[in-house]
Design a protein around this ligand. Structure first.
Ligand SMILES: Nc1nc2c(ncn2[C@@H]2O[C@H](COP(=O)(O)OP(=O)(O)OP(=O)(O)O)[C@@H](O)[C@H]2O)c(=O)[nH]1
Length: 415
């Protein structure tokens, strides 16, 4: 059954008209992603939120009427509500009420597919719930199912504060264990010296689609926000045949509640591990510029601002007319993920950017050294390989990561 949803938002003086509109539109998309249907919206201009009911009493009455006339099952507020506000609204409205954080949590809960993702979602849900437990009776009676109540932790939520605290401690321990496991995987990767590209970008920019096109592998992808909750890593082959790793990351969103940023830190930490970032931008989105700034700001906060970035303006096919390409000197490319030609061009830019961070080598290797030849072919980016006229060996030109163990083998034949 599709829940009928009314969205409610307040515009305060410090939120510009445009930003407020964007946040409201985004909330509607979030409702859609969570499986609901927006049947109405109520907005109010206020100096500050009403401490008791968030919206003013007149608006509350309007909301009560709308909820009845529109036969809505759910009201979603475009902000984080306090426990008191929820309690007071609950007392006036006969409909389930949730806030922006809860709907994001709900979507995360539905999307988590790895152990780490599930733990993080449950932890974030409990962190959200804990300070709001005072009005327990009403809070818990609201957990009747549907949007805002789903998730790995849903049955465990019906328990007291102490129990929740204990559950959180357990989850944190589990998370540590999962992270230790991932850390060992990272060490392995460093040992193999595989180059890692990470896809970052605003939610729905097309990261999962690009990961799939670049790697040729099947990955989960759909036209819904947050299709990607857990990092996904795939292998991709650059034009020279050099193999790199590509990691997808969770989509950024404006004003992501801080509790969520903390809970999803490890997903975003993948970003810091990357050698090069692909910042995917939906160039057809009217707010593309603001979205880019949001991503840049969050990358800054993560301490990932020293990693080279290739800006990928995606969905060029949705643009009418010519898109004026950025010529600021930064690595940028405008593509459509659906064009094989564009994907090839992007791979060329990726290879070019990567080469800037590698060492050039030139060598001659006798045909008798088959094992070394195979190693060099596997671990370096080869630009040219030619059998000598005498047929006794290969001349090879290429690039190698400066700290890769294969440098030892290369040096034996370099000239
Ligand atoms: N027209 C057009 N649509 C695209 C292009 N690339 C991706 N899409 C569509 O955009 C939607 C979102 O793509 P995803 O790859 O799921 O986006 P994402 O960035 O991974 O999204 P999150 O997981 O929410 O962070 C899907 O419907 C894609 O088919 C493109 O170049 N052109």
């Amino acid at each position: 059954m599709t829940e009928r949803v009314i969205v409610v938002g307040c515009q305060f003086p410090d939120t510009g008209e445009q930003k407020f509109q964007m946040l409201m539109d985004e909330l509607k998309e979030l409702v859609h992603t969570a499986g609901g249907e927006v049947v109405g919206h109520i907005i109010q201009n206020r100096q500050k939120p009403d401490p008791a009911t968030y919206i003013g009493s007149g608006k509350l009455e309007e909301l009560m009427n709308a909820a009845e006339t529109l036969e809505s099952d759910l009201i979603v507020f475009n902000d984080e509500l306090s426990a008191g506000q929820v309690r007071n609204l609950d007392a006036n409205l006969n409909v389930k009420i949730i806030d922006r954080t809860q709907i994001i949590l709900d979507i995360f809960a539905n999307r988590a597919h790895t152990k780490e993702g599930k733990i993080q979602v449950e932890l974030a849900q409990l962190m959200y719930l804990l300070p709001r437990l005072s009005g327990q009776g009403q809070m818990l009676s609201r957990l009747g199912g549907g949007i805002g109540t789903r998730g790995p932790g849903e049955t465990k939520l019906e328990t007291d504060r102490r129990h929740i605290q204990k559950r959180m401690d357990d989850l944190k321990k589990q998370l540590e264990a999962v992270r230790a496991h991932r850390e060992s995987y990272r060490k392995q990767r460093r040992k193999n010296n595989a180059v890692q590209f990470a896809l970052v970008g605003y939610t729905n920019a097309g990261k999962s689609t690009l990961l799939q096109k670049l790697s040729g592998a099947e990955t989960f992808q759909e036209d819904l926000l947050f299709a990607t909750l857990d990092p996904l890593t795939r292998q991709a082959e650059l034009p020279s045949g050099y193999k790199v790793l590509l990691t997808d990351t969770v989509g950024f969103i404006q004003d992501l509640p801080t509790t969520l940023i903390a809970a999803f830190r490890s997903t975003l930490e993948e970003v810091k591990e990357a050698d090069i970032l692909l910042h995917v931008v939906d160039v057809s989105h009217p707010e593309a510029h603001t979205q880019m700034q949001t991503v840049d700001k969050l990358l800054d906060e993560l301490g990932a601002n020293s990693i080279p970035v290739i800006t990928v303006y995606n969905k060029r096919d949705k643009l009418e007319g010519y898109y004026n390409e950025d010529t600021s000197g930064k690595s940028t490319i405008t593509i459509s993920s659906f064009s094989d030609d564009d994907i090839m061009k992007l791979k060329q830019v990726m290879e070019k950017t990567l080469i800037e961070h590698m060492r050039y080598y030139r060598l001659f290797i006798p045909v008798s050294q088959g094992k070394d030849l195979a190693t060099i072919q596997q671990f370096t980016l080869i630009q040219q390989e030619e059998l000598s006229e005498e047929g006794d060996g290969y001349s090879i030109e290429g690039y190698v990561l400066v700290d890769h163990p294969v440098n030892g083998t290369i040096r034996k034949y370099e000239r």
